[in-house]
Design a protein around this ligand. Sequence first.
Ligand code: NI
Ligand code: MN
Length: 226
Amino acid sequence: MKLTFYGHACFGLEIDGISILLDPFISPNPLAKHIDINAIKADYILLSHGHEDHVADALYLAQKNDAIIVSNFEIVSWFSSKGHAKGHPMNIGGKKDFGAFSVKYVNAVHSSVLPDGSYGGNPGGFLIKANDKCIYFSGDTALNSDMRILGEFEKINLAILPIGDNFTMGIEDASIAAKFINCNKIIGMHFNTFTYIEIDTNYAINYFRERKQELILVEIGENLDI
Ligand code: NI
Ligand code: MN
């Protein structure tokens, strides 16, 4: 499984030749201006919630790649009304096997409105399972005790968590979240894109290290094997 970071909360996952893209916000992100979105492949586009900084490039990339948009019912319906009918609607607590991977849409404590003000359903995160590995992509969320359940019934190998604070968990709460889900390997997201969410990355890495957790901060455009 190969993971690529495209900035903010956007990641690509490659699983047995299948490309998954999470929360595409690339073309409006000045930190990601070296990313060529036309080179990005996506068979599936997973959207955690409706906020602009998670869906900005979703319609363009879905149409360009003829991708299936996977999200909550309201978001999938909204993209259908915008001209992209290829979607798979879900709701909190539901899972779906897509063959090469499966997805469970899990609770997030946040809000969700679409860029034109349309209702964006309830925000969520994803448990993505493939090749005996389980990745938790929390989406934008506060620390919450529902996270304990996730780690109780699944062996989570890698967690992608926001660390930018202000709109979501910050460094300290993300470290507690990692404890709740029983996972010591964390990829940080949702930091430094805007002034509201600027953090001291050295402090963050050390904070996790002191708690025997590994915080990985992937450079935008870089990938790693997981
Ligand atoms: Ni958000
Ligand atoms: Mn956000």
